[in-house]
Design a protein around this ligand. Structure first.
Ligand code: HEM
Length: 445
């Protein structure tokens, strides 16, 4: 029987989330939130200005977790100790990730009333990062086979080819923005391959990921309805791809086909399917992108380490771990306490918001010697918790490591030295930790 291919819906491509926030604050200059507590590390300015380090150090010297009674996100526990974060993540029953309790970022999900006021029927798209056991286990299993070592082996050649081709197009002796030309291009390209996403539309993945994942944006509640409309358009687009794939006679090897044909999928509601797609896009996008930018920025900041990398390519795997530690592209994850629990001498009460600051923990000086130095020979670089810990530890970690390793190897093969040579602008947010712009110039070593 002949079938008619569904038509892909029209979707908007502007304004970007960044443009929308900027325009909002230009119109409402006095509206930026107030942070009265000196240890309230939810203030996004400290990440934008890169001045967060001494604050975390002071907190760590005083203890691994602190109650912050007053913040624009309400009261919360700031967990800044490496060991304490692992301890909490190892107790997923007592520290929930689910939206019903409060979700995974410092910003609470919309209440039903807020969602209705913003014209949204649902509060958030359901996704397994924001679920507890046993539901989390079943849904995570659907996508995990795509990230096994053997699946990574199958993808390496293609990642290497695309990375090499892109590096060969970069201008020499001319300043350009590494974020736009390399970090975004490589990450969206990778996700497009993974999902079997139409190549010509791959920049939509960045556009959507920014609208979905920016906590600063979400804290501007005026933009909620725009955000929701854009996410609905994205869901519509993916639904069409999904319908296309269900008509394929042979299931493809891409993630969408895998999810459609998996056992657990039969028990997933359509909005859960969409939610999990969004999770994979957002999870894989900002994070890998910002590490690719962080690598360049940190190697330029520590020229002795750049030289070591140039002279010792066998150090690349450890350099990848060290760059992940140093950048930590997700500054935090959040849990909500479900039963009074004692942690390192403090009682966390049922209902309390618990924010795990990976960024601070990855610079704790009792775990990492001279923590603010990039050291690609560091023998415990692998102890970083940039991918989290426990049952929710990043499912895409191997893919991210592969992309970062290949990037460094292909740069090395071409004897590329990348210098910061112009504007550097960081993201103003307390969740995504990275670069909006990184102007560089390439020379040879
Ligand atoms: C979860 C970081 C790349 C997909 C997470 C978590 C972190 C993280 C911190 C939460 C862990 C926890 O709560 O303990 C990163 C970093 C990346 C990266 C730093 C790159 C440098 C990717 C990629 C993908 C991905 C490439 C897939 C394409 C996911 C998913 C989850 C997750 C699906 C949810 C896992 C679960 O709840 O079981 N990631 N991620 N991530 N990440 Fe990543």
């Amino acid at each position: 029987m002949a079938t008619i291919a569904p038509q892909r819906p029209q979707v908007r491509t502007s304004p970007t989330a960044y443009e929308a926030i900027k325009a909002h604050y230009e119109k409402n200059p006095g509206e930026r939130p107030n942070h009265p507590h000196k240890w309230d590390v939810s203030r996004s300015d400290i990440y934008f200005e890169d001045t967060w380090q001494p604050i975390f150090k002071e907190m760590q010297d005083a203890g691994p977790l602190h109650y912050i009674p007053d913040s624009p996100y309400g009261p919360y526990w700031a967990v800044v100790g490496h060991k304490a974060i692992q301890h909490i993540e190892a107790l997923p029953e007592a520290f929930s990730s689910s939206y019903e309790h409060g979700g995974i970022t410092i910003l609470d999900p919309l209440t039903q009333e807020e969602a209705e006021a913003a014209g949204n029927a649902a509060r958030e798209l359901p996704m397994f990062i924001a679920m507890d056991r046993p539901k989390h286990t079943g849904q995570r299993r659907t996508v995990a086979p795509k990230f096994t070592p053997s699946a990574m082996g199958d993808m390496e050649e293609e990642i290497r080819r695309r990375t090499g081709e892109l590096l060969d197009t970069l201008p020499r002796g001319k300043t350009f923005d590494w974020v736009d030309k390399v970090s975004i291009e490589l990450t969206t390209g990778m996700l497009a391959i993974l999902f079997g996403f139409p190549w010509e539309d791959r920049r939509l993945l960045t556009f959507w990921s920014d609208w979905a994942g920016d906590t600063e944006l979400a804290s501007v509640r005026d933009l909620d309805s725009t955000r929701w409309e854009i996410l609905q358009e994205m869901a519509g687009y993916f639904q069409t791809l999904w319908m296309e794939r269900t008509q394929d006679e042979e299931p493809g090897n891409d993630l969408i086909s895998m999810m459609i044909h998996s056992e657990a999928m039969n028990q997933m509601r359509p909005e859960e399917f969409m939610g999990n797609l969004v999770l994979l896009i957002v999870g894989g996008n900002d994070t890998t992108r910002n590490t690719m930018s962080g690598i360049i920025h940190s190697l330029d900041k520590f020229p002795d380490q750049r030289k070591l990398f140039e002279e010792n390519p066998e150090m690349i795997p450890n350099a990848v771990q060290e760059c992940l530690r140093y950048q930590t592209p997700l500054a935090h994850m959040r849990r909500t306490c479900t039963q009074d629990t004692e942690v390192f001498g403090q009682t966390i009460k049922e209902g309390d918001k618990v924010v795990l600051w990976y960024l601070g923990a990855n610079r704790e000086d009792t775990v990492f010697e001279d923590p603010h130095k990039l050291d690609i020979t560091r023998d415990n670089a692998r102890r970083h918790i940039a991918f989290g810990y426990g049952i929710h530890r990043c499912v895409g970690a191997r893919l991210a490591e592969l992309q970062l390793r290949v990037l460094l190897e292909e740069m090395h093969k071409r004897r590329m030295r990348v210098h910061v040579a112009g504007d550097v602008e960081r993201v103003r947010a307390n969740f995504v930790h990275g670069f909006r712009k990184l102007e560089v110039e390439i020379t040879e070593f």
